[in-house]
Design a binder for this molecule. Structure first.
Ligand SMILES: CC(C)(COP(=O)(O)OP(=O)(O)OC[C@H]1O[C@@H](n2cnc3c(N)ncnc32)[C@H](O)[C@@H]1OP(=O)(O)O)[C@@H](O)C(=O)NCCC(=O)NCCS
Length: 181
């Protein structure tokens, strides 16, 4: 598991590095409940039905090249976000914590950290009918780029994926100045 993943936080949300996720009380049961929620089943590729063994594997393993954080609100697991190879992000919010802007906040925090490390642009690949995810992406400043040519099959549905992008802020030209003449 990567050990150089920092804790990130803003006024409402803590993103805990996955290496510390076991410190959250009840996290295993919370991940099982989150992963069996209908929106997770419809819009992601989590195994279904999702068991405690699946949660144990998710808790213990972060694939090579992936950085993952847990959302923490009031000391409880509230979701996760990860940065994958290719600078593509994936996320989910626990059903009890949805609709209060946590994914929007998580996207902003992880994007700021990635851009500070030299990443030039970030991507999201979202099923076109996943309105909540598209809305969270847009609130975090991502913009629609294109439809990906390869559809995915999610639970028997064939879904087209929309690509959203967020570019790193432009660095000022070496000789430029923000002071008006
Ligand atoms: C998508 C998901 C991560 C959003 O998480 P969240 O923490 O609730 O996101 P936010 O609160 O930051 O933003 C959600 C926005 O979508 C809106 N929304 C929620 N359900 C919606 C729906 N069915 N249609 C349209 N908008 C919807 C919310 O009202 C909110 O917008 P608002 O602030 O303008 O009201 C969460 O719904 C989830 O975990 N879904 C299942 C897994 C998933 O789809 N992961 C992403 C795969 S690409």
């Amino acid at each position: 598991m990567p050990t150089n993943v920092p804790l990130l936080r803003d006024a409402e949300l803590t993103l805990l590095p996955w290496s510390d996720v076991d410190s959250l009380p009840g996290v295993r049961a919370d991940i099982v409940a989150t992963s069996n929620d209908p929106a997770m089943v419809r819009w992601t590729t989590v195994p279904h039905p999702y068991t405690g063994s699946h949660a144990d594997e998710f808790l213990a393993t972060v694939p090579d090249g992936v950085e993952r954080w847990a959302y923490v609100v009031d000391g409880r697991y509230a979701g996760s976000i990860e940065l994958r190879p290719g600078d593509v992000l994936g996320y989910s919010t626990a059903p009890w914590a949805r609709g209060r802007g946590l994914t929007t906040r998580a996207l902003r925090l992880v994007a700021a950290r990635a851009f500070s490390r030299g990443v030039k642009h970030l991507e999201l690949h979202i099923a076109v009918d996943n309105s909540a995810s598209r809305r969270a992406a847009e609130k975090a400043g991502f913009t629609y780029d294109c439809l990906l040519s390869e559809p995915v099959r999610l639970r028997g549905h064939e879904d087209t994926l929309a690509r959203y992008v967020l570019r790193a802020p432009e660095e000022p030209e070496p000789n430029s100045t923000s002071i008006a003449p």
